[in-house]
Each structure stands twice: as C-alpha cells, then as structure tokens.
Design a binder for this molecule. Structure first.
Ligand code: AMP
Length: 436
C-alpha cells in the first residue's frame, strides 16, 4: 500500500500528517500528489470527502519548503479560489495544519467582513492566500494584491463556482496571473462551462477522477420515508429520538425553512442551530463550532451554506426536503461517511417531491429503500388509487413499483409500514434498517 513518504513529500509535512493521524493517502492523494510534485497541471474530478484538500495543499506546501523565500508585500505565492466563506476558511485551516512545523503565512479573503484587516494582511505578503472571487477582485482592483509573481493557482469546487455565477470573476482573476504557473482545477461534476474553463486554464493536465457520483452514494446507507409534507416535522422529531443519531445535518431547501426547522427542534428540546446565507459570518462560525464540538446535535442547513462544511463524525444526514438538483443530493449525503467512515442518510419525501426522488435514483443509479408513512387517507388524497390486490408478474413475482407502495414481503423486525422494494433491497443491502 502507498504511504505518504512513498509519494516523495518533504519530511516536515510527513511529521504533520502523522500528527493529524493521516496514515494512508486517499486515492485522490495517491494519484495527484506525485504528478503535482513534478509540476504538472491537474484536472481533478473529486468531491468533498475524498481528501482533495490535502491532495492540492501538500504539494503546494512542499514547493514552499523547497524554496523558502519570503513573499513580497502585496503578493501571494499560491492562490486558492473557493466558492464559499466556510470552504475558504476550512482550506486555510488545512494548510495551517499540514504546515504546522514550518508555519507558512496563510491568509483568507472573503466577503462580509471588514476590508481593513485584509488590507493589512495583504501588505505583509503571503505564502498561501485562500479567497472567494468577489472580494479578491476588489483587492486586485485597488492594487492591494498583485498576482504577477503567483506560482500556483487552485480552483476548488469549480462547478459550485459556476452555480454561484463566479465564472467571469474567475476569468478576470486568472488573466492577472503569470502564464508560467502551476494550475489545478477540482470539480465534483464537469458541466460544459467548466470543461471549457479547464481547457483555457490548464496546460497538458494530469486527469484524476475519483468518486463518480454513484460511488459516494453507495457508501452511505440510505433510506427514504414517504410522508405527507405536514407530517415531516413530527417524523423528524421521531427519528431524532434515536440516540444512534449522534450528530446530524438536516437539509432544507430554503433559509426560512432552515430557521423554522431549527426552531421547532429547539422548542422540542433537541439542540439545533440553523446555518444559511442570511446569517452573519460570526453566527455561522459559532454554529459550526458548537456543532463540531458536540454542543449542538443538529445543524439545519441549506445546500449553499453546507457545501464546504467539513465536520468529522456526522452520523446522519437528513434530507428534510429533497434538493431541486439531484447532484446536490450526492453532495449532501457526502457530509456523512467522510474519509471512509460509515454514514447514514434519511430522506423525507412528500408526494410533490416524487419526481426529485426519481431524478436522484437515476443519477446515483440505485433504487432507494422506502418506508411508507402516509396514512391511507393521505395516499388517497394525493391522487393514488385505493390499493388493489397485486397482479402477479408474468414470472410469478410481483411488479416492482417505483413508488414503493405495493405491499411486498414485510421484513422481519421491520417497523409497521416498512416495506422493501422488490428491485432495490438486494442490491443495496448496506442500506440496512431505517433509522426510525
Ligand atoms: P476533503 O475531501 O479534503 O474535504 O477531506 C475530507 C476529510 O478527510 C477531512 O476531514 C480530512 O481531514 C480527512 N482526510 C483527508 N485525507 C486524509 C487521509 N489521508 N487520512 C485520513 N483523513 C484524511
């Protein structure tokens, strides 16, 4: 098995990795690091949870160690662009952790906080700058940051940058960098615009692809509850009654929804905090810190706010509402089962969300196990026919129904109403029992 020292990393970094309890490189690290140490550009198809941050941070730190000159004022030797404040902060923390034995200067530039400390920080010059594109452009525009001497550029979560409308700002930033540089682009998915950006930015890149959407999805035990939308709150509380759920992220589609769910949980005595774009930076950091330290058991989040959250030991992800875009489901459930750990995802799906569920199943190429928690009346109100006796399939088996309502054999020990889909259970044994 490959070890970090096999990859050729500087001894000072190996010491930090061992301190951080990293013993074996993850696949993206094993593939990317040797090529990056040779100075190659890289196109990485990898999502959060694969260890991609160390895959780009370690070779950059190795480069800084090999040539320890100080960065000139108002310059940075390496620039990392990230879509959100949280992700930028976490990337910077990773650089500091891996660089703990030589202490490179690492700075963060994000919006929503005052300019002055950032201006002072840039004036000193940085080894590594992690930034979101908008605020960075302000500093470039006012001459506080010059990129002509930057040696390495990383674009992290490029597809998310695209979703947030950052492609033009990114192109403006890239135009300020020297042609001779090392460039890395990471993206969980490769939409056309990102492929075009990669084409323009990267020179003969090494291509590393780990965790296609389906792979993460298969590592996480997943279960769906079919439930009327007005019964979701009670079901969520019931599920959280299970102490096996030690640390959960609950996803909602809207900021208001996140606040409402968090308030509902709090009023029922479940420690919960909401995190979304309307919260100030300090509120978000406080909520994350409380969650990370186990003071709050549940973090209720919107997709954008949660994208960069890197908290180990999330036992469960609950999709209180299914995401509009199926890819977001994969990102959400990737918050659990990080770095190879086991994790569980529970989705509450009302009738209107059924098309979203089908899109998720198509993307992840799996059929999710369902428990039907709707009352017979609700099923009828939702336009379904009163259940008839199942017609036998031509080969004698029952028709597998995609909506999971046909009564198939009840599994031993399964709670009332829990049924296994004829075509889903066998393939997804690891989905296990629902967490009710
Ligand atoms: P990332 O995909 O960069 O967000 O990393 C996901 C998580 O895996 C983070 O909590 C890292 O600290 C952790 N991690 C990354 N690489 C390793 C490794 N080689 N061994 C153990 N944990 C790791």
């Amino acid at each position: 098995m490959t070890t970090f020292s096999d990859l050729g990393l500087n001894e000072i970094l190996l010491r930090a990795l061992s301190r951080e309890n990293y013993h074996t490189p993850t696949p993206v690290q094993a593939q990317a690091i040797p090529a990056l140490l040779q100075g190659r550009d890289l196109l990485g198809v990898a999502q959060t949870g694969t260890g991609k941050t160390a895959a780009f941070a370690l070779p950059i730190l190795h480069r800084l160690l090999a040539d320890r000159r100080r960065a000139a004022p108002n310059t940075t030797r390496a620039l990392i662009l990230a879509p959100t404040r949280e992700l930028a902060t976490q990337i910077a923390d990773s650089f500091r952790a891996y660089g703990q034995f030589f202490r490179p200067s690492v700075g963060v530039i994000v919006g929503g906080v005052s300019h002055r400390p950032q201006i002072d920080m840039l004036a000193r010059g940085l080894d590594v700058l992690v930034a979101t594109p908008g605020r960075l452009l302000d500093h470039i525009g006012s001459g506080r940051l010059k990129l002509a001497a930057t040696e390495a550029l990383v674009l992290d979560e490029a597809d998310h940058m695209l979703d947030l409308g950052f492609i033009v700002p990114i192109r403006q930033i890239v135009a300020k960098l020297p042609k001779r540089r090392q460039t890395l682009l990471f993206s969980a998915t490769m939409p056309r615009e990102i492929a075009a950006l990669a084409d323009d930015m990267l020179h003969d890149p090494v291509k590393v692809s780990v965790t296609p959407a389906a792979t993460t999805a298969e590592r996480v035990a997943q279960h769906v509850y079919l439930v009327a939308s007005n019964a979701k709150r009670d079901l969520l509380l019931e599920l959280l009654g299970d102490r096996e759920i030690s640390r959960a992220i609950v996803f909602t589609r809207t900021k208001r929804g996140a606040d409402r769910v968090a308030q509902h949980l709090e009023s029922a005595g479940v420690g919960a905090d909401a995190i979304h774009g309307n919260k100030s930076q300090s509120q978000r950091l406080r909520a994350l810190d409380a969650f990370r330290k186990g003071r709050t058991r549940v973090l209720v989040a919107t997709d954008i706010a949660a994208r960069g959250i890197d908290v180990d030991g999330v036992s469960h992800v609950v999709n209180y509402e299914l995401p509009e875009v199926a890819e977001a489901y994969v990102h959400r459930i990737g918050r659990t089962a990080r770095a190879g750990a086991a994790g569980k995802a529970i989705s509450l799906c009302d009738n209107g969300e059924r098309p979203l569920l089908r899109a998720i199943e198509k993307l992840t190429r799996q059929t999710l196990e369902c428990t039907d928690r709707r009352s017979p009346d609700a099923r009828h109100d939702e336009g379904e026919p009163i259940r008839r006796a199942p017609a036998p399939h031509r080969n004698g088996a029952q028709h597998p129904r995609r909506d999971g309502q046909r009564p198939t054999a009840k599994r031993p020990g399964a709670p009332n109403g829990q049924r296994r889909r004829a075509n889903g259970g066998a393939r997804h044994k690891q989905a296990g029992r629902p967490q009710a």
